[in-house]
Design a protein around this ligand. Sequence first.
Ligand SMILES: Nc1ncnc2c1ncn2[C@@H]1O[C@H](COP(=O)(O)OP(=O)(O)OP(=O)(O)O)[C@@H](O)[C@H]1O
Length: 229
Amino acid sequence: MIEVIEARKRYWRRSILQGASFTVEKGTVTCLIGLNGAGKSTLLKAIMGLTPLTSGRILVDGEPIGPAMYERVSFIPDHLTLPPSMKLWEGLRFMAEFYANWNAEKAAELMTFFRLSASDRIGNLSKGTAAKFNLVTGLALDTEYVLMDEPFSGIDMFSREMIADVFASDLIEGRGVLLTTHEIGEMEHLIDKAVLLSDGVVVREFNCEAMRVAEGKSVVDVMREAYRA
Ligand SMILES: Nc1ncnc2c1ncn2[C@@H]1O[C@H](COP(=O)(O)OP(=O)(O)OP(=O)(O)O)[C@@H](O)[C@H]1O
């Protein structure tokens, strides 16, 4: 389990996170929800140790985050970080050389699944194709947790469906996934748990199915209550 405990973050004088706490369990897809600028990406980066918290703690399976975190948690940012001059096969070779937990078999499976061509150049990929290749590089790492920042942003309907299919596949099964998306209505069926961030704190954290059964509310219904109040 990933535990975010009383996370506080200030950028200069601006307070972004003001004591946000939530958990991400293995075998579940958790969606971190918040309006623009709420601090979602900041939280994902903090879990990876890419930006320090002003105060608070983050534990992964009970241990504080550190350099060894990269063996257990992979981070798929909202843009590709590999050099644009590389061809896709060169990017895959780079990942294999850089990460001890790179799973070449999984990478090949994902390349086929997304119908990507290894001879294409990264810099020439369309936005949607780049997003798919980004997912390949993140999901082919054998990690217990995967963080995804806006995996559906700017992507056409069919490509979104393709990415959604990955969530139902054994590529995700058993892992703990934490993602951010503004496409909640469309992607709600993929999400097990929702965490609503507002004014720097978590205002709601709930199991989506339990919410539907108990109160007849979708995630979007709960969002309307939380953000229109
Ligand atoms: N390095 C930085 N220096 C100063 N301010 C920053 C920095 N990074 C982020 N911020 C600010 O912190 C706030 C939270 O940013 P963040 O990217 O975490 O929001 P978000 O919830 O992911 O937003 P969005 O939904 O628009 O992607 C924003 O106001 C942003 O301008």
